[in-house]
Write a protein that binds this ligand. Sequence first.
Ligand SMILES: *[C@@H]1O[C@H](CO)[C@@H](O)[C@H](O)[C@H]1NC(C)=O
Ligand SMILES: *[C@@H]1O[C@H](CO)[C@@H](O)[C@H](O)[C@H]1NC(C)=O
Ligand SMILES: *[C@@H]1O[C@H](CO)[C@@H](O)[C@H](O)[C@H]1NC(C)=O
Ligand SMILES: *[C@@H]1O[C@H](CO)[C@@H](O)[C@H](O)[C@H]1NC(C)=O
Ligand SMILES: *[C@@H]1O[C@H](CO)[C@@H](O)[C@H](O)[C@H]1NC(C)=O
Ligand SMILES: *[C@@H]1O[C@H](CO)[C@@H](O)[C@H](O)[C@H]1NC(C)=O
Ligand SMILES: *[C@@H]1O[C@H](CO)[C@@H](O)[C@H](O)[C@H]1NC(C)=O
Length: 531
Amino acid sequence: MAFLRFFLPVLLAALAIVSPSEAKKQHRHGIHKLDGVDVSHEVVHQTTGAKLPPVNTTYYFDQLIDHDDPSLGTFKQRYWFNYQYYQPGGPVILMNAGEGDASPAVPYLLADLGIPGVLAKEFNGVAVLLEHRFFGLSSPYPDLSVKSYRVHTIQQAIDDHEYFVKNVKLAMPGGDQLSPDKAPWILMGGSYPGALTSFTMQNKPGLFYAGWASSAVVQAIADYWRYFEPIIEYMPQNCSTDMQAVIAYVDDTVASGDTSKIQALKENFGLGGMVHNDDFASHITDEFIGHWQESGMIMGNGAFQEFCDVLETDDNGKPAGPQGLGLQHALSAWGAYSRVDVNASESPYLDRKELSCNLHEIACFGTYNPQSPNYTNTTVPNDTRSWQWMVCSAFGFWQNGAPEGKPSIVSRMIDNAYYQRTCQLYFPEAFSSPPVNLLTALDVNKQYGGWNVTTERLIFVNGRRDPWREATVAADGSTSKGWDLQPHLLEDGYHCNDLLVEESENPVTKAAQEQAIGYLRTWLADWKPSA
Ligand SMILES: *[C@@H]1O[C@H](CO)[C@@H](O)[C@H](O)[C@H]1NC(C)=O
Ligand SMILES: *[C@@H]1O[C@H](CO)[C@@H](O)[C@H](O)[C@H]1NC(C)=O
Ligand SMILES: *[C@@H]1O[C@H](CO)[C@@H](O)[C@H](O)[C@H]1NC(C)=O
Ligand SMILES: *[C@@H]1O[C@H](CO)[C@@H](O)[C@H](O)[C@H]1NC(C)=O
Ligand SMILES: *[C@@H]1O[C@H](CO)[C@@H](O)[C@H](O)[C@H]1NC(C)=O
Ligand SMILES: *[C@@H]1O[C@H](CO)[C@@H](O)[C@H](O)[C@H]1NC(C)=O
Ligand SMILES: *[C@@H]1O[C@H](CO)[C@@H](O)[C@H](O)[C@H]1NC(C)=O
């Protein structure tokens, strides 16, 4: 659920459109999608001049439904590849698209857009994009029920990598000579697939020769209130001060139990119809806060900056100083901003018509209605639901309000219990009692190493401003500092910026990308086939 502006004018038009429904109420995660980029044109091989199929040509791999029980058969797992730079002996660069439909990520295979394409060009390799099981159209089962999700685990996804690498025959000259004993494989991904890169290499030593893990959230953390720390650290200070004042006021007002004051507060935000205080409090920040992670040093951070500009402009149109404009102004400016959004014709809440909800009764979209299709619909595809399963069953990563005593830009009503209740709404059969406690999250860390990953020839690249930073090896609490066979590179961008060619315009990102490419070049020079 990430959108961006691109430097090519035609892309700019296509990509600047932010679907409002994408930015809401969903667990914030994921790589930048490059949808809107036309990749349907023919590609010409660099040396032979042969015409190759367009890179959006979809291929289907017969993947095992259950690696613990191959007798259950196979499903069609989608993949795409680009071999315009391939020369015999070159590497295979495999990118897992992770927790979303992979088709919008196909442009990453092109050298002028994404790092997988850049690596293919640099090393005369072939770049492959694999759709993660249960996302997009790569579904092992025809529905997204809890029963089907039995095989929606991190380990099954890791095993998918192994089975794919050992069995795929790419439809290209020499495409049946690419098993990992004959060609070096490089695994890569950003965000969850960044972590999956680390997990796979830790779990299957020797399968992949090298890896590039971008914004890899290797350390599962259930109560992930630190999501907001890099935001507070790097957002305009005045805006942060005023946001904190409003959030404290919201929490105090709700805690006061004064119903007419609470009602007036909700109405200030155009949300008078919302019954549940926690849903209300969640909604007022959900509008824009997710845009922070979708930002880039080159792309900018549109919606988030827009919000701060609203908050920090006084009634005479003058910008605020470093101390901000205070609670009263912030409440009224934020209220107006939220009311406009609630009424806007492109509001995601338009969907409520289908649910025959009153236009202003947002309660029906809150987290208390087990009949909402958000929770009951198990039709394929539904990436939101499939990701929800992963956070509920494995990761946690609840984007909570900060503990008392720490600055918070989201309400403290948003806590483990709030998110755990959502898990019970989505998957009542699986979680009759609260799921994902700290123990479950620790299981993932124990199994795949978390911050203590010992894998060699694995590059971590992180962004200083990334809200996910505190779950990566760049976290303040990380136990691992990296070494020359496991470089930890830090650039000054946001989430997964290093995977984008556009962000190379930022010299700090470019330096990290070039360093990473340098490591791969050195390591590839040492690779020898074993068959
Ligand atoms: C329900 O799903 C829609 C579409 O994915 C989303 O925009 C909305 O925020 C969701 N509502 C809740 C309460 O999760
Ligand atoms: C490739 O893109 C073109 C143009 O968007 C589209 O018409 C075509 O269906 C796509 N092909 C595949 C296999 O997705
Ligand atoms: C105040 O906030 C505005 C709006 O986001 C920002 O552009 C400006 O840099 C901030 N000023 C100071 C002094 O922090
Ligand atoms: C939003 O729509 C409601 C109902 O039509 C109206 O009462 C309210 O004044 C509108 N708010 C704004 C800010 O336009
Ligand atoms: C997931 O389900 C919700 C609720 O039915 C729906 O609004 C949304 O469009 C679905 N998402 C996808 C990616 O299909
Ligand atoms: C259920 O989800 C499917 C696929 O996302 C969608 O086409 C359908 O409209 C949804 N049904 C309801 C009742 O929301
Ligand atoms: C990582 O190493 C530290 C220090 O040795 C240890 O305390 C911690 O439990 C380890 N974490 C995991 C997930 O194994």
